[in-house]
Design a protein around this ligand. Structure first.
Ligand code: ASP
Length: 380
């Protein structure tokens, strides 16, 4: 594994990382200005700058790196069976060729597979961005992230951040060592978007494969294709081509500075699980989550958020839990139903099940009353 890092596409990132960690001026002619810090803010290590080549008056974008395939490495040229979360933020910024786009402030939040993201990490990112956003020198933010759960993190931040500065989440489908790795261009486009004044006030966005998606509706739709994201029925918000940003639509649901959620004093979020219904299954899986202390569940139900009598009976055994009906169908709205919307059960509107879980976790930090939580689902 290590051997491959020093070959081919990964050699520039490594050279750059060494320059940063030793604080030396680099001999590379085209480095972006990068400052790095740990999240404890203890290690701003250098600003390697080739003065002649860095444009003056570039905006500053903070890149918060969390890992994923965009930071992944594996067998040279291959796009599968690699390890996510191997390269650091300096290496990612180096490969994205940002010298004409923005100055970069880099922070390594974690370096993990995004399936291991936790609510504690979400809160750490949100609080860090909320703090950095007060700095007038920072124009926008990019979070590098694994694509598996990128949609959940984006929606959480869309609801929890208290800034109207652009915030963009990006990742890649191929590791840095693959042929035609997609990470550098995705990051380049994301930094271009985050530094563009037209992106202000549009909520958290995701950039993948030239397209801009709104955080509420974006979801992963392919396990391998580089064009792996979609917003279901709603299309993308626009394009980024090189570093040109083109918007065609914007979110209508409340986000960021206009939400009621304040996460600044939270250490964790209430637990909520998504349960996928299929025929002839035992609803007692709901008993399991109740015993584990989960405060709510989202059911990815059949059709318009429906499930069997066995599941209904299990729900009735736990009046203390909030149950949100969503659907495994992929697109569409979950309609009101006298048969299902009883006791502690409410509806997700048209949110994907994993997005409904994010919203329910935040809603439960405000209230445990069903009617109030339904209003929250109707609003966001
Ligand atoms: N398993 C990886 C992750 O989510 C996949 C990716 O980044 O594309 O971290």
């Amino acid at each position: 594994m290590k051997k491959n890092l020093f070959k081919g596409v990964a050699i520039l990132p490594i050279a750059f990382a060494l320059a940063v960690t030793t604080g030396c001026a680099t001999t590379e002619q085209s480095q972006p200005q990068v400052q790095t810090a740990t999240t404890a803010e203890s290690a701003v290590v250098s600003t390697p700058v080739a003065e002649k080549k860095v444009k003056k008056n570039l905006p500053t974008v903070a890149i918060l790196a969390t890992g994923g395939t965009i930071a992944g490495t594996g067998a040279e040229g291959k796009s599968t069976n690699y390890k996510p979360g191997q390269l650091n933020v300096e290496a990612l910024a180096q490969a994205a060729k940002l010298q004409d786009v923005a100055k970069v402030h880099g922070e390594q939040i974690c370096n993990i597979n995004s399936d291991d993201i936790t609510s504690e990490i979400w809160l750490q990112i949100a609080n860090r961005i909320n703090k950095l956003a007060k700095d007038p020198a920072i124009s926008g933010f990019v979070i590098t992230h694994g694509t598996d759960t990128l949609d959940e993190t984006a929606y959480f931040l869309n609801l929890a951040l208290k800034t109207d500065k652009p915030v963009v989440v990006t990742g890649s489908m191929r590791p840095a060592t693959a042929i035609s790795a997609d990470g550098p261009l995705n990051l380049h486009q994301s930094v271009a978007l985050a530094s563009n004044p037209a992106a202000k006030g549009k909520g958290v966005m995701a950039v993948i494969s030239d397209r801009i998606y709104g955080a509420r509706d974006v979801r992963k739709i392919s396990t391998f294709n580089v064009n792996a994201f979609s917003s279901g029925d709603y299309g993308s918000m626009g394009y980024v081509i090189d570093d040109n940003v083109l918007f065609y639509s914007q979110p209508v649901k409340k986000h960021t500075v206009n939400t009621e959620f304040n996460v600044s004093n939270l250490k964790t979020l209430p637990k909520v699980a998504v349960l996928y219904f299929n025929v002839d299954t035992d609803g007692s899986v709901i008993d399991y989550y109740a015993q584990k202390g989960y405060k709510g569940i989202v059911i990815a139900g059949a059709g318009s958020g429906e499930y069997s009598v066995s599941w209904k009976e299990a729900i009735a055994r736990h009046p203390e839990m909030i149950v949100v009906r969503s659907t495994r169908v992929g697109t569409g709205y979950v309609a009101a139903s006298d048969d299902y919307d009883i006791a502690n059960v409410l509806r997700c509107d048209d949110l994907q099940p994993q997005k409904a879980a994010v919203l329910l976790r935040l809603a439960l930090t405000k209230t445990s009353k069903k009617a109030e939580i339904q209003k929250i689902f109707d609003k966001y």
